[in-house]
Design a protein around this ligand. Sequence first.
Ligand SMILES: [Zn+2]
Length: 660
Amino acid sequence: MTKTADLLLTNAIVLAMDENFNLYEPGAVAIQGDSILAVGSEVELKKAFPVKETVDCGGKVLMPGLVNAHTHVPMTMLRGLADDLRLDVWLLGYMMPVEREFVTPDFVRLGTQLACVELIRSGVTCFADMYYFEEDVARATAEAGLRAVCSQTVMKFPAPDAGSFEESLAAAREFIQRWKGHPLIEPSVAPHAPYTCTEEILRLTAALAVEFDVPLHTHLAETALEVENSRNEYGMPVIPYVKKQNLFEAKVLAAHCVHIDEGEIKTLLHHRAGVAHNPSSNLKLASGFAPVTKMLDAGLNVGIGTDGPASNNDLDMFEEMRLAAFLAKATSNDPTSLPAPTALAMATRLGARALHLGHLAGSLEAGKRADLILVDLDSLHNAPRFRRDPNSVYAQLVYAAKSSDVTDVMVNGRWLMRGRLLTTLDESDLLAQTREYAHKIDAFLVEREQSVLSKLIAIGGASEAESFEVQSKVRLEDPAPVMAALQSAGLEILHHRHYHEYDTYFSFGDSKQGHLRYREDEFIDDKGEVSNVRYRLTLIGLARERHFPSDVLLSRSRFIAPATHSLRFYREYFKPGGENFIEKDRMRWRVLFRGTEFYINLDRVEIPDLGTFLEVKSRTWSRRDAENKAELTADLLRLLGVAPEGGETMDYIEIAERGG
Ligand SMILES: [Zn+2]
């Protein structure tokens, strides 16, 4: 039976991007339905089949569409929101709080549509995505007509689309069940990263991917810190650790793999994992340099990705190809590293294989889906063209061409762009909707930035609950009598500890914000050695709430949280107007006095040298309770042989600021 071509594309420089890098000029591609019927020289193909429609490509390059091997398409909505920050400040201080507030199915749909416009215009026909509400990403992508691996995120933290990992795992299962077998969408599950997942999540997501034979998409070994933490916590680097959780039983697509060694490359190869190299993202976030040449030499399928548009900040695969080649050359000190044909193969055939879609996409070969683009090399920045070496066209595409040279895009046999006109999306309408979102997000951040407390809450640094302290602080010339009284006063001593405390106080231009204290507590054991260290963050509120008789104070509201990030993180995130440092040695007793718990602190303030202080305090959750405790505090001070002298303020920082 004679085959009939629905469409014959002629008069093109055809780059098949197959294993042999076949190039036909003038070449042609025959298409039947959604698939490629034949690829070859124009003369041969014209004779081979009856053809319903012929399109003259005008001498343009006809090649497989580019494959963006790792991205987060809805994050087009967050492009330019916050830049030039440390990864943790950027992610925990900006991206995640805004995502928690704004990411909805509507947001995700709009972001995906915007991304699809950008992807189509720049010649991408297939991408691998990872985000929340992934079913909405899939729906918008299918409507736009693009091919994608759509991966539903699962992680240990609450996400915009799930209160728990069980919820997102269940959503992933339903999503995969509904979309498995779709002509454009390959549903998938994405345990976000080893450090945002538990062992259980890694195992369960791998099992889910195996059960449905779908890809598993994740971030692996992106930063040196991730590897260091993995070694400290599990005694091994990232790749062996996830292998132990059975991750590689699934068809893995691993983004980044920046910090991996040769053994880990072998493991990835052995398990046929695909890798997505993200040059712009790695450069912009200073993550390091992935051993791309080593991975390619080993035979790994390494594709190229843009990563999310919030960390790139675009979806331009032409730029990524070029950077991938440049980076490999610069880091190996070898200009022959990663030549142009290889870079283009990474952005097409190898990328499709990394996505585990090599049987459908990535090259122009009979039987594969008709996913292709036309690139016009007839522009000034591409001129002239030398014909001595036919392969120079690869270098032209990778080093000179721009994404805007793409004129036509076809996916699954359907034109999505013809002569630079989009056929499935309305760009101007999408941009108007995006402007509205940007306005709302700006307002949200402006309001948040006005308050240290709301910034603290935004990074999960405090619950909204506040507490108060009733306290008195007295300077002591000689601590010995107080120590003696403490032992003999008939107090019930519940607990005793010895600390060395290092406090950094952030102050802010607006004094109403109070102080933010970053405290490092060293616990000193009986032998005088540091047995443990604790980091705490305390927002110390405004001026005293109330002054009771005998100079007992009801202190300001305090929000206390474990400090889970570094001092540098908080400094860059809160941008304090000033900083002060206090170091002191503290003996602390927790005692029961007439049925109420008190803390008695004997502090020797060393930096600055302020002398020794006795501090008596009790915590309370309500202002009403404070009245009672104020009287008790005064009694306790008397019992310790100290008359409240008054006048001292609530924290050493203020004493220090007043000059001791
Ligand atoms: Zn990513």
